[in-house]
Design a binder for this molecule. Sequence first.
Ligand code: GLA
Length: 733
Amino acid sequence: MKNIFRLQVKGLRPLLILFSYSAAALAQSITIPIETKDNALVIQANSDKDLNVIYFGKKLAETDEYDKVSDLYKQRNDNSGVFRSVYTSSGSRNLLEPAITVTHADGDNSLDLKYVGHAVEKISDNVSLLSVVLKDPVYKFEVTLFYKTYFKENVVEQWSEIKHQEKGNVVLHKFASANLYLKSESYWLTHYHGNWAREMQPEEAKLTYGIKTLDSKLGTRANLYMPSVFMVSLNKPATENEGDVLFGALEYSGNFKVDLELDAQNGLRLIAGINNYASEYTLKPNKTFTTPKFLYTFSSKGKGEASRNMQRWARDYKLLDGNGERLTLLNNWESTFFDFNENKLFGLLKDTKNLGVDLFLLDDGWFANKYPRNGDNAGLGDWEPNKKKLPNGVASLVKQAGAEGVKFGIWIEPEMVNPKSELCENHPDWVIKEPARAEKYFRNQLVLDLSNPKVQDFVFGVVDHLFSENPKLAFIKWDCNAVIYNAHSAYLKNQSHFYIDYMRGLYNVLAKVRAKYPKVPMMLCSGGGGRVDYAALQYFTEFWPSDNTDPMERIFIQWEYSYFYPAITSANHVTDWGKQPIKFRTDVAMMGKLGFDLNVKTLSPTDLQFCKAAVQAYNGIKDVVWHGDQFRLANPTEGDVASLLYLTEDKSTGVIFNYLVNNRYAAGSQFPIKLQGLKANKKYKLSEINLYPGTKSTVDEEKTYTGEFLMNVGFNPDVRAGRNSVILKLEAM
Ligand code: GLA
């Protein structure tokens, strides 16, 4: 006899179902399918109470058929019985990469986790939470695994809670969030590497036997060399619209580790969590260690569907104000750097108004007096307005912005400090450094010790002070430019808690900021895209993908981010980077949240006229850019043209961005580009928008096309040299 529990959201009332088993009841196996609209992860406790993954993939209509799967693999037994473990322990039978490793209070290193019971809580019509309790039969040690399912979006968040009642402290050496098990003939991993101005460089490769690790040990700015987002395709590399593919990401802003172990049974063991590097954690009895969430979605229809599901999930459930509005802006970083004063800024407020954007964003350089912030080598940490540049403080800028009819926002980097600062002089013990070693700087700065509650109060105070002095402050850009060298806290007794307690400190501060200022838009920035993840994005409305704003580079960078993050999160600025004309630069920035960071006064009259009209054109399409579904039509890594469609959920309005990404002879859209996601029997009309003054469109706006035609034959935006960026508006008749 088998017990099967289908975890599925039906009915309306929140519901809590609890299952707990006596030893007798567990003589039989217990199957728990964790299902979303299209997929299932099926776990099963066998008669020994070992809890294993027995299926991962497309959902089956007949739940009891999951049970038949394992028998069909004619493979030699793995002996240990733990290859498929839902949370692999170590020190006992397991000899593979573990999800958890501990030293018990008595010094023993072995752990075995057995199924005890599970509970399902229905959080809403769409969301359920399964918790599964595992206990060690020998030690008073337990782990609860959580699976939060978002039914319609096919998204699962998975994490674990670890606790014990031993007679003394337990040391956790490894503490993963999730441990999945996939079964397929081959596995293709897409992951990313990068550096400053080179974020999100993709690589795809077939996984070979052994362990491939994606990780970061940078502490802060953790994604500088590698983000935690990745894809695993099964059997063959998935394309935009075909293939089985899992998208994964750790919701964590600090050191992460994702191990992908191709085991001796040709299964893929996926173990993701906080990086345990230099992070042994001492857990007191009855205290709970909660891991961050591992996020994943699976699609059997390729990368496009997976990304639309993840984007919708992000807007509906994670991102701050995910379905709300955003502010267009003029930023002064690229046009002034540190060289400005009140007068100059008053001029920029006028430019903001003239351009027609919503907000002026004052960047780095407005603060510090003893060591003025006139370059990146001093002043960080001293958050009083610089008296020379701003004799009347920030208040007069906010006031003047109001008089000009625009909003005002400001840059801060509150986690950091320059050695040349009063803060560093007054609180040397707040700074992360090895006391006996020479200091090592990253961009001339050091990181403040957020594991220290006093430092948390200070960082919160930076934000709180700005808002309490300037209630009309409308935007914050929160930067984080340094990694952590010489990781040592003067506050912590146990240094191996440092990396984890830093992140806890950061989230404490952000939660406090949001408790007091729930909605003010904040941009997550880290010397470009050095910190982009969904733990941070629950406090932020957008992120800064890269300091590289060359539009040709941005097409590729934004393209890769778009698989995981919705366009509403992507702050894109028109700058002087790159050789392309202003129209190309603006069109690329319009694919996300539009901003400008250039000297408006030096624009030619026609360029200025174009930019002003572009802001108006953007206002006409921003709703679908921010809230629509994205369909990647032509991949810039594969041909001469990049093409992306944004479509409203009702499929009535869309916008298609098209760019030439190759300058070779006759490069362009020689073939029609097939659209996606339309209603086959609806009639659509296409028109070109955002034309440069004096140019004419080659698109025949009189013609109409059925959705069927546009999806099967396509449309040619006529992209070529001389028409290297084309934005089309799509409207159902
Ligand atoms: C980082 C950011 C930039 C700018 C500078 C200011 O590099 O990514 O956008 O704010 O800091 O110093």
